[in-house]
Design a protein around this ligand. Structure first.
Ligand code: NI
Length: 408
């Protein structure tokens, strides 16, 4: 059974306005990670209105099923959390809550997945795969996916698809390209302990500023001299605090930063390098380094090759044009935890209207999406389902032919 492209596009059109209205509704009620109660309740009631039963997750988020009652299962995931950002878009549908905003487009992710779900529900009889909707909490602080997996959500899932709207990609651009797409992001904090004292008597002191400064400058060679040049990586020190007065030698310096890479071996090497450098530099001066390293809060996002190829074909057919070539991003996404368990593809979707001069990046107080991108989001979710369906049916007809051959 094949679902016709014409019917899917008709249905998408039918839900287009509702999808935009829903996105605006969610935009008004942003909630931070693991506190998405209002959001979860609204998603559940919308699903129910469309005859889709949902099951709550702890503490927030939910899952739902549609399509075949059992068998091969493709999961579609949307993250649902907002950010602690004061909205400055001035939009009529702006956040109702001070200090909170859907500044990363997750409101659009929710609406896109709901749109796809409503439409698929209508065509349920024609689905030969089961579709599992995952509305995941708390992506921004990378806690959500792990919590979802710990609740057994992937146990009946064979493959997974997710997407992100990006304002630095133009409207109409999409990418489901294979391979590394987003980075493993690690975080470190180092306290250099020295001995404070008078600026005029350095020999009586251990200067924490000098230790930390040497560490930061030396660190710039960690990538260029210690990691494979064919595997990109970034080390950034974003915060450096030491001392309190010009004529006092600082006894303590705090340095904080992040490492990003697409390969776990590179990430591991950088961790060792940072720890060793901090320890040895501190020891050279007679000080100490206290290191906190948050390693692997999530792995890199790596799209499985065959799945990516298969979804690409369906997407090209549904959207009517080829995917863009988009370089991997040194941003993180906890979607990667799902990909550790089952094959998965994570798509990038452009939402910036090139006719508008200004482009505010994700997480900016003025970030907004061109809502026409929601159509692409819906069609990409459908592409993932079609891709699974066509592979499952191919397999079935192959098995049928084989058993026929045996009988003859
Ligand atoms: Ni995001």
């Amino acid at each position: 059974m094949m679902i016709e492209k014409k019917i899917l596009l008709q249905k998408q059109k039918q839900y287009e306005k509702e999808c935009i209205a829903l996105r605006r509704r969610f935009h008004q009620i942003p909630e931070p990670g693991l506190e998405e109660r209002e959001t979860t309740a609204l998603i559940a009631s919308l699903l129910e209105e469309h005859g889709i039963k949902s099951y709550p997750l702890e503490p927030t988020g939910l899952v739902a099923y549609l399509g075949a009652k059992e068998g091969y299962t493709v999961a579609l995931r949307a993250d649902i959390d907002g950010l602690l950002v004061e909205e400055e878009t001035g939009a009529e549908y702006a956040s109702r809550y001070p200090g909170r905003m859907h500044a990363c487009g997750h409101d659009g992710h929710i609406a896109g997945l709901l749109g796809a779900a409503f439409l698929l529900k209508e065509l349920e009889g024609e689905l030969s795969v089961r579709v599992k909707l995952i509305f995941q909490p708390s992506e921004e602080n990378t806690l959500g996916a792990k919590k979802v997996i710990a609740q057994g959500v992937l146990e009946d899932v064979d493959e997974i698809f997710g997407l992100h709207l990006f304002s630095d990609m133009e409207l109409g651009q999409y990418s489901v390209e294979a391979g590394p797409r987003m980075a493993q992001t690690d975080r470190f904090s180092i306290v250099f302990h020295g001995k404070g004292g008078h600026a005029g008597k350095p020999h009586q002191c251990v200067d924490a500023t000098v230790m930390a400064a040497e560490f930061v400058l030396g660190l710039q060679t960690a990538v260029s001299r210690e990691t494979n040049p064919l595997k990109p990586a970034v080390v950034t020190v974003g915060s450096f605090h030491s001392g309190s007065q010009y004529n006092v030698i600082s006894g303590e310096a705090v340095v904080e930063g992040t490492c990003r890479s697409f390969h776990e071996d590179v990430a591991a090497r950088l961790k060792t390098s940072i720890e060793e450098r901090a320890k040895h530099i501190a020891a050279c001066y007679g000080g100490k380094a206290e290191i906190t390293y948050d390693f692997g809060s999530h792995p890199p996002v790596i799209n499985e090759k065959n799945l990516s190829e298969s979804i690409k074909k369906e997407a090209q057919m549904l959207l009517g044009y080829e995917q863009a070539q988009v370089e991997p991003m040194m941003l993180g996404e906890d979607f990667s935890w799902y990909q550790k368990k089952v094959p998965g593809v994570f798509a990038f979707v452009g939402c910036h209207n090139p006719d508008q001069k200004e482009c505010f990046p994700n997480h900016h107080p003025c970030f907004d999406i061109d809502e026409r991108a929601l159509k692409d989001a819906v069609l990409l979710h459908l592409s993932a389902v079609l891709s699974a369906q066509s592979r499952v049916e191919e397999e079935r007809s192959f098995l049928k032919e084989k058993s026929k051959g045996k009988r003859e």
